[in-house]
Design a protein around this ligand. Structure first.
Ligand code: NAD
Ligand code: SER
Length: 316
């Protein structure tokens, strides 16, 4: 994508920071404009252009696209599952309002491509929970999941009706050390590494045998870029792709940490996020992504644990 100029909206979050770094490394710092509601630029993003921008401000987004001759937009701004349940109407406004405006802008400004991530949160209790298929019963119960499923359908509508190239992945819970997570049900799997190093103990807000699909951030960033680079003719679904990497429970991640920190202890105090987790898949069938654009994860629980502990310890 040598001549592409990219705008990332919601770039100051867990995925955004690492995605900006990866795209800047591939395209050059000035080809990737990072933006977020946050006034202060994340330290890792200071080497390139940064703009304070509200994802729901369509006029400001259009003006920036025209001024900077943007050809692709990645819309990452969202309210995640746990925060969304605390303020459902606000979550809908941010998640859906920002997407609908961007789809319209995409048509008007003739954007080459849009990226909009979905989530395993689209699935609900009526979905098969083990090896959840790409196409299955989808009845989400959280406002976050409802917004992601409705958003996928809108993306598909714009592809079909306006030939807008908009793509997405249903990310599992993402685990990273460079940037912090922002209010999800899967955040325990990041917090646990920090607490293992800091205090040697972690109280999990999910119960010991709660299995969820998870992925290390390096795999998630690679999946995103591979999907965006895949020839359109290879993509067999207009919905977001299932992508899998690993599935584990709090008890199992604790055991993986104990391989490195034998005195580490975990206890359990499930809260409202347990009710959300109980409606999500335990593992994902990502065979459509594997077939269409050769998706293959590289990190399992042990490799991720080694990498997380090494880097967090080094970071201090
Ligand atoms: P995050 O909460 O870490 O980051 C979101 C960023 O968006 C934040 O920096 C926030 O300041 C910004 N933001 C919020 N409202 C905004 C607005 N109105 N205008 C501009 N910026 C705004 O989230 P993330 O984990 O980086 O997730 C990015 C996307 O990926 C979201 O759509 C999320 O639903 C999806 N996703 C994430 C995960 C995960 O585990 N992290 C899993 C599945 C899907
Ligand atoms: N990690 C996200 C969350 O827990 C899943 O989309 O909300």
């Amino acid at each position: 994508m040598p001549s592409e100029k990219i705008l990332i909206i919601g770039a100051g979050g867990q995925i955004g920071v690492e995605l900006v770094l990866a795209l800047r490394a591939a395209l050059g710092n000035n080809q990737v404009i990072a933006s977020d509601l946050k006034k202060e630029v994340h330290p890792l993003l200071a080497d390139g252009p940064y703009v304070t921008l509200d994802a729901t401000d369509g006029a400001a987004i259009t003006a920036l696209i025209q001024k900077e001759k943007i050809t692709q937009v990645y819309l990452l701004a969202a309210m995640l599952s746990a925060t969304g349940e605390k303020m459902p109407m606000k979550a809908w406004e941010v998640n859906m309002g920002s997407l609908l405006q961007l789809l319209e802008i995409g048509v008007q400004e003739k954007l080459n491509k849009i990226y909009w991530p979905s989530s395993i949160a689209v699935f609900g209790t009526t979905t098969p929970r083990v090896e959840t298929p790409q196409a299955t019963i989808i009845e989400p119960t959280t406002v976050y999941g409802i917004s992601k499923y409705a958003g996928e359908l809108w993306c598909q509508y714009y592809q079909k009706r306006y030939k807008l190239d908009v793509r997405g992945l249903r990310y599992p819970g993402l685990i990273s050390w460079k940037s912090a997570p922002g209010g999800g049900t899967t955040d325990y799997a990041v917090e646990i590494y920090h607490e293992a190093l800091k205090s040697g103990h972690y109280t999990s807000f999910l119960s010991e045998n709660t299995y969820l699909p998870m992925m290390f951030m390096d795999d998630a960033i690679r999946a995103t870029i591979e999907l965006m680079e895949a020839p359109a003719a290879q993509l067999s679904t207009g919905m977001a792709y299932n992508v899998g990497a690993m599935s584990f429970s709090p008890k199992e991640i604790a055991a993986a940490i104990q391989q490195h920190i034998p005195d580490f202890r975990i206890s359990y105090a499930p809260d409202f996020r347990q009710d959300i987790a109980n409606t999500w898949p335990q593992s994902i069938d990502d065979s459509t992504a594997r077939k269409d654009w050769n998706w293959k994860p590289e990190f399992d629980l042990n490799r991720m644990t080694e990498t997380m502990l090494y880097n967090l310890k080094k970071k201090g």
